[in-house]
Ligand binder design. Structure first.
Ligand code: SF4
Ligand code: MG
Length: 314
């Protein structure tokens, strides 16, 4: 039941009534060990905020984040260090997160310097090992990020994330800035690394084809809520929520038998400051019923690991 509400400034303008941006508004999900959970939705739906809050880079307003049996929202900064070792983030634009004045070798060494007791010699060995693991080599260690292509830079970002042998990797739009051909190389690398090291991924993306490629299960977010969650096959073959149906109808499909009639969503996603009442999707839903404006639909278990929050399913 994770919530992340940001207080708004200039409260006086609104009759002293406190206003909040409800970026994440009571979501619940499980990520199983060794799986990839895709988190998909339009930009601004709360995906990145969710990802960051798992690492407490953004503190949750309410709710729990249970990692290996422990609610990490309640532990000390000291204890959080172990968590940081086990949970790592990969960003969309590795270039922005890589110090341009440091060589790639130094950049990969950084997490080891901060969070391990390795000797300089062992650190260097580990850097070479990591370069190899992500498909680069020792020759790249002395070069600078600007000498690298986007795909190579993302490999460096992945090497850094892997440096401390994490268990969970949160990838936020990790391939969104890359060309399609490079995207699949990086996705294949991530899959290979998952198998080799038993990694668990939360894979955040607005791009349904990317999420489909890599995920075992998928959660669909809309305006700070998860509206549908299912296995990849369940969700793509039989999307239940009107929002998921609309998203999928807009995504290109290779198999002609899978071609869906295009559902065009009207308008933009409403503001999370004053979200619509009842079902937050009702302002754009083609299947809207009178009760949709009044009652927030609860998540329902539809069997086979498929869950949906919509009044159409009772
Ligand atoms: Fe549409 Fe109503 Fe379902 Fe919301 S609850 S998605 S408005 S049918
Ligand atoms: Mg984002």
């Amino acid at each position: 039941d994770l919530k992340i509400h940001f207080p708004m400034k200039n409260n006086i303008l609104f009759n002293k009534e406190k206003r909040f941006v409800k970026a994440v508004d009571g979501i619940s999900f499980v990520i199983h060990e060794n799986e990839t959970l895709g988190l998909v939705g339009e930009s601004g739906c709360g995906k990145s905020t969710t990802g960051k809050s798992l690492l407490r880079l953004i503190e949750p307003t309410a709710g729990e984040v249970i990692f290996e049996g422990k609610d990490i929202t309640k532990i000390s900064t000291r204890e959080m260090r172990d968590v940081y070792r086990n949970m790592q983030l990969i960003f969309q634009d590795p270039y922005a997160s890589l110090n341009p004045r440091k060589t790639v070798g130094k950049l990969i060494e950084e997490p080891l310097l901060i969070n391990s007791d390795l000797s300089p010699k062992d650190r260097l060995d580990r850097v070479y090992e990591l370069l190899d693991v992500v498909g680069l080599n020792a020759y790249h260690a002395n070069r600078y990020p600007h000498e690298f292509s986007g795909g190579q830079r993302q490999r460096v970002g992945i090497a850094r994330a892997l440096a401390l042998n994490p268990k969970l990797i949160i990838a936020d739009e990790a391939v969104s800035a890359l060309d399609v051909s490079i995207q699949s190389q990086i996705l294949n690398l991530l899959r290979k690394l998952q198998q080799s090291f038993g990694l668990t991924y939360l894979f955040i993306s607005h791009d349904l084809s990317v999420v489909k490629h890599i995920s075992d299960r998928i959660a669909v977010m809309y305006l700070g809520e998860i509206v549908e969650l299912g296995t990849k096959i369940g969700l793509y073959d039989k999307p239940l929520h009107p929002y998921t149906q609309a998203l999928l109808s807009a995504a290109p499909s290779i198999k002609s038998t899978n071609r869906r009639e295009r559902i065009v969503l009207e308008g933009d996603m409403p503001s999370p400051v004053s979200p619509p009442s009842g079902c937050k999707f009702h302002t754009r839903c083609f299947a809207k019923m009178p009760e949709c404006e009044l009652v927030r639909p609860q998540m329902r278990d539809m069997g086979d690991g498929h869950y949906v929050a919509c009044h159409l399913y009772k």
